[in-house]
Write a protein that binds this ligand. Sequence first.
Ligand SMILES: [Zn+2]
Length: 318
Amino acid sequence: MAGLIRKEDIDEVRARTDIREVIEGYVSLKSAGIGTFKGLCPFHDERTPSFNVRPQVGSYHCFGCGESGDVYSFVMAMEHTSFVETVERLAARIGYTLHYEGGKPGDRYEAGMRRRLLDAHKIAAEFFERNLYSADAQEAQRFLGARGFDPAATRKFGVGYAPRGWDHLLKHLRSQGFTDEELKATGMFSEGNRGLYDRFRGRIIWPIRTIAGETIGFGARRLFDDDQGPKYLNTPETQLYKKSQVLYGIDLAKRDMTKNKQVVIVEGYTDVMAAHLAGITTAVATCGTAFGPGHIKMVRRMITDDGSGGEIIFTFDG
Ligand SMILES: [Zn+2]
């Protein structure tokens, strides 16, 4: 999909984005003369600030380690996102609509579809989360409470509840204008003789997010005895969700993973929650699959960038 965003749009988003505002999400800046702000460099360890930001020029430069660039390179370095993802995120942040061009018509279709699928996941995640705090979700609340997760903890992870019934989510997403073709492509629905129906029913839901924090799938745990399905049910492989390339919790763990050059691999969703709440903020889990080459690639990029090595700790049950 690279190169499909119109060049004018890339320039426009860069020009309209306040680089100081974006960088201040990561580094606290102080005024250092006309048009310049200073802070502690996020790219190297230092006690006195040598990281300079010039909002009018739209650039940053560190006199200590030499890192420099624009708002795109900064966000890519901080969030480990691709260029296209970065432009899309910054555009969304200022409410700018991107135009795609070039490539095969199929590529354009894919880029548009990806956006629609991300939107559907965002709406579904909000729908599930809202349901967890409703009177219908007592069983789910009991399950989470018994494991020591209070509402503050469940909100931190965006935990939700898929109500019992066949078409709660289906109706909700249709009312938001999603077509059946789009809904099928989300992996959130199964298809029977009478059409689509909710894949997740009467289950606790964990949103599975990319490193950039976008929801691309769900993990769902069975709650009721009459549920014939498996104990854990995940989103199947979709255009967005490739289980060999997702790590649950990576959006929350990424900063400390990079900082501490460490990752702790645990077994499941509740283990990740428990670890983070206990202060192990580098914990992640695979989603219904073994830790494989795709995961190693993701983790290596984050903890051993400079070749000095890092630490991978496996803590599986038993
Ligand atoms: Zn630096």
